[in-house]
Write a protein of this length. Structure first.
Length: 289
């Protein structure tokens, strides 16, 4: 990526669950050839918030960074390479990640969405709130179902959403990972699928992707009264892609909108990683890849 810092951000708790999310974070970092910022977050006391620059609090910060560095070294069983950068922060996890997404210049943030013993102690509503407020895209992973490779990517779409950001990221992941794209849309109408707006929207995206050298096909699901997210989740469970890319509301942090039931159901209903495309601070130009 020519326009940004070519970096990922991941929050890593210092426990067994943190080791699992760290392993997945490094998997994507290596596959994508990017830098990664690993962030340790500790709770700040009232005294810290009153005077974060005091000598005592600076010592506390340095001690936290030293402990975090040792934790990462023990996992790597080596010195930390230059493309892995460690950061220590204090406060609530979601609040700190929102701030970092705005000011850190990262391409995307990686967080754990697993239901049990979540590596970051985040609830489903915490994850949805963060995605809705993040200034950059978010890759949600399930530490209990680690990605081994990324060769097939599914992109659920609807006729109301714009495609530019999704086009950028679909092109990026497909080229970096040598993956094939499948565009999936739900059709709740008894008409020929090729005459539907769902197909026309998907076909337009397919043509743009193939113009950029990305292999792509289309699947229209006739749902006959079933909720669209349920039909798409059933299809994803059957096809078992390695990654799902889905669009969120780019204006959400300003209007207060949530990510919506459809997006939330897809994120939490998939065991595989889901890349949510949102944020407003980046210039998405597929030609720059």
């Amino acid at each position: 990526m020519k326009y940004r810092s070519n970096s990922i951000l991941a929050h890593i708790p210092q426990n067994r669950n943190g080791e699992l999310i760290l392993k997945q974070a490094l998997f994507f970092q290596k596959k994508l050839g990017m830098r990664i910022f690993l962030m340790g977050i500790f709770k700040s006391s009232a005294l810290f918030s009153l005077n974060p620059n005091s000598k005592k609090n600076k010592i506390r910060h340095q001690e936290a960074l030293t402990g975090f560095t040792e934790f990462i070294k023990n996992h790597l069983q080596s010195e930390i390479p230059n493309n892995i950068i460690l950061r220590i922060n204090q406060g609530k996890v979601v609040d700190r990640l929102i701030t970092e997404s705005e000011h850190g210049g990262h391409e995307f943030v990686l967080i754990d969405k697993s239901e049990k013993q979540n590596a970051e102690d985040l609830s489903r509503s915490d994850i949805d709130r963060y995605i809705s407020k993040s200034y950059c895209p978010v890759l949600t992973i399930n530490k209990d179902f680690p990605a081994q490779e990324v060769k097939k990517i599914i992109i659920p779409i609807d006729i109301s959403q714009q495609t530019k950001k999704r086009l950028y990221w679909a092109t990026f992941f497909a080229k970096k990972l040598d993956a094939q794209i499948q565009i999936v849309s739900a059709l709740n109408a008894d008409i020929n699928e090729t005459k539907s707006l769902a197909f026309k929207k998907a076909e337009s995206l397919r043509q743009m992707l193939e113009e950029r050298g990305v292999k792509c096909d289309i699947k229209i699901l006739k749902i006959h009264g079933k909720e669209s997210h349920a039909a798409i989740l059933e299809y994803i469970d059957k096809e078992k892609p390695d990654l799902v890319i889905i669009r969120t509301h780019h204006e959400s942090k300003f209007t207060g909108k949530k990510i919506g039931t459809f997006v939330s159901k897809i994120i939490h209903g998939c065991q595989m990683p889901v890349f949510t495309v949102g944020g407003v601070s980046q210039d998405y130009d597929p030609i720059s890849i």
